[in-house]
Design a protein around this ligand. Sequence first.
Ligand SMILES: *Cc1c(COP(=O)(O)O)cnc(C)c1O
Length: 362
Amino acid sequence: MKKLSYGRQWINDDDISEVVKILRGDWLTMGPTVEAFEKKLAEYVGVKHAVTFSSGTSALHGAMNAAGLKNGDYTITTALTFVATSNSALYMGAVPLFADIDPDTLCLDVNKADALAKKYPGKIKAIVPVSFAGYPLDIKAYRKIADENNAVLIEDASHALGRDRKELADMMTLSFHPVKHITTGEGGAVLTNNDGYAEKLLHFRNHGTYQKEMIELGYNYRLSEIHCALGLSQMKRLDDFIARRRELANLYLDQLAGVDNIKLPPSDKNHLWHIFALQVENNLRDKLAEYLRDNGINPTTHYKPVPLQPYYREKFGYKSGDFPEAEKYYAQEISLPLYPLMENSDVTRVTDCIKKFMLEGK
Ligand SMILES: *Cc1c(COP(=O)(O)O)cnc(C)c1O
């Protein structure tokens, strides 16, 4: 029986031959393919600059640096995200604050973020919403909070690489981890229309060096020619990847409509479907996950609310009950297999298995 995991890459022969060309060529790093990949990313999303980084995490670190975060500054982000979204603020000596999610979008609750910002007047330097699962963010609403606080708006768009955005944050970060929309193995990027941020990002990823002299502390966060050749090749199929993810997600939505104990995710025509995450009610989530695993289907869960991670509890004193919506969501959440290489019949196999469990497996 074919094993189904919650996500995986799609590498084809073209991808492989593009990478092999680099291996046979003159530049393995800091050559023309990095720029070509950056140009392609910027054009696709419809922004002026894309600056690649060694990972989505280092891209976030670069964005926090470009935003000018200093020791003692604060950022506001969602409790329901990957640890990198807030760790990147900690790397700058800043303090990440968390607000709960809006259960209708699963993204940072605008009113709660606003209320939190009002408690720290003059202190908030970045607002960092995350498009959870690829649900399109209400950028204008977050922009208002950022403007009122004189803060930089940074979208962690690791789940949300899509074409021609109408509304943009000041910076938008991407990840090219194998489960994301395109992959370079490891990799990331920051996209911006702001020339000043782009310049800062370029130097930060290269030891803080300007014209051969180091003028600020930077890092080696460069992405190699090998990675960028893979990314550039993957970009040719990004529209197809997204279209296929949408088809598969719509199949799930159709086939799971009305199934007992299942709460379907919020959908939207612009949803980018990085993951297909649903809620299982009545404490059945773990039993269902086990049943799926017994049938060769490997789901996962997204995300333990970051402030409840042991490190954050210890450092900042967060405790269970502080983020009721994110906690309730996490307790019920299951991420089903979703990646463009899946067949329609794979979706049906998963949904049949869920229906069977609800009928007789419990
Ligand atoms: C994947 C991801 C990142 C970055 O991860 P890397 O593995 O460093 O590329 C950051 N934030 C979110 C929400 C992510 O899903």
